[in-house]
Design a protein around this ligand. Structure first.
Ligand SMILES: [Fe+2]
Length: 348
């Protein structure tokens, strides 16, 4: 298959699809002459679908009636993976126009009855271009807001870890370990990514825990422990202000639940806890156990693993622990310890 031409950023990219090569050639010449457009042509509808899947096009001009595949079927396929491209049907004559219901269902911007004059088509394309430019501006603005928000969240996360030097690097390690376990368990790339991001922010709610408790050198009183136990719900609250974090909120809220229901904040049991939270719980506990604390040295790989196994079906989910075992088997104990236990030696 030919490599798709990518439009320069200031040009609108058009793909015109018609089994009639004269039509595609004429449309290409017309729009390229008027400037501002990068036009690709395709005479085979199946190839057109692949080109849209693999490349970037702003607008598709698509013949409604083609011998091998009808235009509405082509759009149906495209809409399965691309809801953004603007589509205009090219129709032969008046009684061959697609029904209005089809136009609405497939989110098509309009249709053009092929003829010698292309100015009507140009007007239709121009109205799509206006919408595309507005959408691009909105997206740019959203990206800027999102970046600023992410920087703020990242700063909060750093504040948490900077305040408590003992747990520095903890979130990154939990993020990588939990995502690696999820990958070994065969979870989808999207789910692995979700777990990775949740790992980074799982303890962000600790920002609200006073220093006197967070940094206390010794056992916590019941009241102090209750204060610490608020951090999953606090973290959920902080991140819930941005809808981009919606899908990680259950992991943030439930990373201290136990499968026997004795965890917090909700005391959920077994299947009520999402798998992402159960995996994060294992990674979180493992990292805490192997890490040094002012009142004790890190437990070491063997003892930490023994405790994880002892916690199966009480603190930990059996599947998630099996995922941890599988990960160790898959990368080898030496590499696992290098990745997830070597930080202990670097602490003062
Ligand atoms: Fe936590």
């Amino acid at each position: 298959m030919r490599k798709n031409k990518i439009a320069t950023p200031d040009k609108i990219s058009l793909l015109t699809v018609d089994d009639d090569q004269n039509i595609t050639f004429t449309i290409k010449s017309y729009f390229e002459r008027s400037g501002g457009y990068a036009v690709d042509i395709e005479n085979n509808p199946e190839n057109a679908i692949e080109r849209i899947r693999n490349g970037h096009y702003d607008i598709l001009l698509l013949d409604y009636l083609m011998p091998s595949m009808c235009g509405d079927k082509v759009v149906e396929e495209i809409r399965k993976f691309n809801s953004e491209i603007f589509i205009i049907f090219l129709t032969g004559h008046k009684d061959m126009v697609p029904p209005v219901q089809t136009i609405r269902q497939l989110d098509i911007q309009g249709y053009f009855e092929k003829g010698p004059r292309f100015d009507e088509l140009e007007l239709l394309v121009e109205s799509c271009v206006k919408s595309i430019k507005q959408l691009k501006m909105i997206r740019k603005y959203q990206d800027e807001v999102m970046n600023a928000y992410m920087q703020t969240i990242e700063t909060l996360r750093n504040v948490v870890e900077t305040r408590d030097h003992e747990t520095r690097g903890h979130s990154e390690r939990v993020s990588v370990l939990a995502a690696s376990i999820a990958q070994e368990m065969g979870l989808s790339p999207q789910e692995v990514e979700r777990i990775k991001i949740a790992g980074l922010f799982h303890d962000i709610g600790k920002i609200g825990v006073p220093d006197a408790i967070l940094l206390k050198d010794g056992p916590l009183s019941q009241n102090e422990y209750e204060e610490i136990k608020r951090h999953p719900a606090e973290g959920e609250k902080i991140l819930s202000t941005c809808s981009s974090f919606d899908d990680i909120l259950p992991i943030i809220r439930h990373h201290h639940e136990r499968v026997d229901g004795r965890g917090y904040p909700d005391g959920l049991t077994g299947d009520k806890i999402c798998l992402g939270a159960k995996i994060t719980a294992v990674a979180d506990a493992f990292d805490a156990m192997v890490s040094n604390r002012t009142y004790r040295k890190g437990l070491g790989f063997d003892i930490a693993m023994e405790r994880v196994v002892q916690g199966i079906n009480s603190q930990f989910d059996a599947q998630a622990v099996a995922g941890l075992h599988k990960l160790i088997e898959s990368i080898g104990r030496e590499e696992f310890e290098r990745k997830f236990c070597s930080h202990v030696n670097t602490l003062e």
